[in-house]
Write a protein that binds this ligand. Structure first.
Ligand SMILES: CC(C)(COP(=O)(O)OP(=O)(O)OC[C@H]1O[C@@H](n2cnc3c(N)ncnc32)[C@H](O)[C@@H]1OP(=O)(O)O)[C@@H](O)C(=O)NCCC(=O)NCCS
Length: 161
């Protein structure tokens, strides 16, 4: 049995990624959107987690100055609640601290209890609301942030760890 791996997302991963994306979101990113992020957008980084060679989840960010914006995270429905998102997000936070980045930001639907629970367990807090951000339902987005002071464990000590 091989341990799960995390690697940069490649164009040849996109069939598997898109299957997860479409099973996860009412407004899924297109193949073109992922391709832009992994091939052209110089501030974007996307990584995939593989278990036994199969992609089970992925996470994309933008890195701008000393901030990281989480733009996408999803886990295959058959592999949820096994700590995959926690491992992916934990990796981002560990790397952010090592690089002395200070702020991690994301948007989430107020109805997405699973994701909000995940983010809160890493110390993210709601700092704002974007009105009507999701055009399919007209839902607002909650803005959540984790600040990473150099001398603190905020965001770096997930619940249960
Ligand atoms: C949100 C999502 C990425 C979580 O992935 P996951 O691998 O199942 O999450 P983990 O197993 O790492 O869980 C980490 C924590 O998240 C929270 N969480 C995850 N699923 C949850 C659920 N169904 N109900 C309540 N809390 C949940 C819990 O705090 C959990 O910690 P715990 O297991 O110690 O209680 C996954 O549900 C998903 O892909 N959803 C669809 C896409 C999505 O909404 N992405 C986020 C957009 S902002």
């Amino acid at each position: 049995m091989l341990p799960p791996t995390v690697e940069a997302m490649r164009p040849e991963d996109l069939d598997e990624v898109l299957a997860i994306e479409r099973a996860s979101f009412s407004m899924p990113w297109s193949r073109g959107a992922f391709l832009y992020e992994i091939e052209q957008n110089r501030v974007a980084r996307c990584r995939v987690m593989r278990d036994e060679g199969v992609i089970v989840g992925y996470l994309c960010v933008w890195e701008i100055a000393d901030e990281i914006h989480i733009t996408n995270v999803a886990v295959h429905p058959a592999h949820r609640r096994h700590g995959i998102a926690r491992a992916l997000l934990g990796g981002v936070l560990t790397e952010a601290r090592a690089r002395e980045l200070r702020l991690i930001v994301l948007e989430v639907r107020p109805s997405n209890r699973e994701a909000i629970g995940l983010y809160e367990s890493f110390g993210f807090r709601v700092t704002g609301r974007r009105r009507g951000y999701y055009y399919d339902t007209g839902e607002d987005a909650l803005v959540m942030e984790a600040r990473l002071p150099a001398d603190s464990s905020v965001g770096g000590n997930p619940r249960g760890a």
